[in-house]
Write a protein that binds this ligand. Structure first.
Ligand code: PHE
Length: 481
């Protein structure tokens, strides 16, 4: 199951130190703070870190760098019995292949490159807070498992690799699940980098989950020998006004569960952590410039490719919203990038989550709408509240079946997406039981069909539902009830 979009506020965070109230970069507190520890949870750490208004013109620094050609991606992908062609390249299928035409079609959309699209507006706003970073935003979503996992120190049995969670073209080729897949490649080229891209994860179906979303990755490297002094100077020269109106809670600490890497000098690591949090506080302050009292909290996290690692959450309309994951980059990655003398930080944030909140967009599927009532609402560089247009009525259908031992909900959701596309608004498990005698396990799912753009007819939905029933039997070998 995916992590909830919103996490509830915790009362443990009620008291704040004067230092955090002052909005100082939460530097050495990383090491000295005392409060709770969040248990390391690789499964949680894997889930998407998702991610946000003000009205003004922002300077856009997006340069393209030496990225793949977007034009090749615009060519419709093709699937034959043996091969898959995406972005002008052909890959052989094998027993791991699980990408579907519906998913592959999304690779042609490139929402983050459409200047009037909310995803691109947020991207450009964030990029403007890192003006001298090299920004790559045209990488193909097709990557190797080495790039997406191995290069980033993922364990061989990490749950993120499962075919139930990830889209594979074949055993070695996949759709990237995060922008971190390009870290190694871009770190070879620059010490200050941003990568924006579409990422793909098999998931459940509801208003806040979609199998494709957009992430932005950032990283900065420093000379390990002079990092402490360099960072002190950078922060002293930087803007303190920008963070003045942030209330920061940071009770994270360096522990065996969230450790310093052995190869790092403690002072350099703390300085890098300090600069990371300082930079991200500036970024979030700019995004939420309309919020008078912005509350940010830092919590411990676990990622295979950073240590120590943290997540940033912001208090938005009474709820803690997870914005990004970050940490001190694993030295192995820098060494492999040919930069053993450097130490650095990296972060990754989800653009949809920020856009949903900043533009007030109620359903994640709207980002994919081709309806002018959506697309024509927005202007480059400007955050404005989404004006909702009338919702069309839903059509609800249930499907019940006896499962097989290897049944996985994501596989079922994938078939629903494949058969119904974006008309499937929500899929919920409404009943399940195990037969006392036969021990057979039964599930019943309720599917809410609704189009964003038009009225759906009962006849049309009945046809889709019939097709779904057939496909479920054919592909999952379950028995309908
Ligand atoms: N790639 C991580 C994710 O998708 C986010 C991340 C990026 C965390 C860089 C740390 C450093 O969840």
């Amino acid at each position: 199951m995916a992590s909830p979009l919103f996490r509830s506020a915790s009362t443990q965070w009620a008291s704040r130190s004067a230092a955090t109230r002052a909005g100082l970069a939460p530097r050495i507190r990383t090491a000295m703070a005392t409060a709770r520890k969040i248990p390391a949870s690789p499964a949680l750490a894997w889930r998407p870190v998702l991610c946000y208004s003000s009205t003004s013109l922002f300077h856009t620094s997006a340069s393209r760098g030496s990225a793949d050609s977007v034009n090749a991606l615009k060519t419709p992908p093709q699937i034959t019995a043996e091969t898959i062609t995406v972005g002008g390249k052909t890959y052989n299928k094998d027993s791991t292949t699980n990408v579907t035409p519906t998913i592959l079609e999304k690779t042609t959309r490139q929402l983050h490159l459409i200047p009037t699209h909310p995803i691109a507006i947020i991207k450009n706003l964030i990029a403007s807070t890192f003006p001298d970073f090299k920004h790559y935003d045209q990488f193909s979503p097709v990557v190797t498992t080495k790039e997406n996992f191995d290069d980033l120190c993922f364990a061989a049995d990490h749950p993120g690799r499962a075919v139930t969670d990830t889209y594979y073209l074949n055993e070695k080729i996949m759709l990237r699940t995060h922008t971190s897949a390009h870290q190694l490649q871009v770190m070879k080229e620059s010490d200050k980098i941003l990568v924006t891209a579409d990422v793909y994860r098999r998931d459940e179906i509801d208003a806040s989950h979609y199998p494709v979303f957009h992430q932005m990755e950032g990283a900065q490297l420093f000379d390990a020998k002079t990092a402490v002094e360099d960072i002190r100077n950078l922060i002293a020269a930087g803007s303190s006004a920008a963070t003045a109106a942030i209330t920061t809670e940071d009770t994270t600490q360096i522990t065996p569960e969230n450790p310093k890497q052995e190869c790092h000098e403690e002072a350099a690591m703390l300085a890098v952590a300090d600069h990371l949090k300082y930079s991200l506080n500036l970024m979030i302050r700019k995004l939420f410039s309309h919020e008078k009292d912005l509350q940010v909290r830092w919590i411990d996290a676990t990622f295979p490719f950073t240590s120590p690692s943290w997540e940033m959450e912001i208090l938005y309309q009474g709820k803690w919203l997870e914005v990004l994951g970050c940490g001190v980059s694993r030295q192995d990655i820098l060494n492999n990038a040919g930069k053993p003398g450097k130490i650095g930080w990296a972060f990754g944030l989800g653009l949809e989550r920020l856009a949903l909140v900043l533009f007030g967009i109620p359903d994640i599927r709207l980002f994919w709408s081709q309806d002018d009532r959506f697309l024509k609402q927005f202007e480059p560089s400007k955050i404005q509240k989404f004006k909702s247009f009338s919702k069309y009525p839903p059509c609800i259908k249930d499907i019940a079946f006896w499962t097989t031992p290897n049944f996985h909900e994501n596989n079922f959701c994938e078939i629903v997406r494949d058969v119904a596309g974006d008309i499937a608004e929500d899929v919920q498990l409404i009943d399940e039981f195990t037969h006392p005698k036969t021990k057979k396990h039964s599930v019943c799912y309720r599917i809410n069909y609704r189009s964003m753009d038009r009225n759906v007819t009962n006849i049309e939905i009945n046809e889709i539902q019939e097709k779904l029933r057939q496909e479920v039997v054919d592909r999952m070998k379950v028995e309908l009830r």
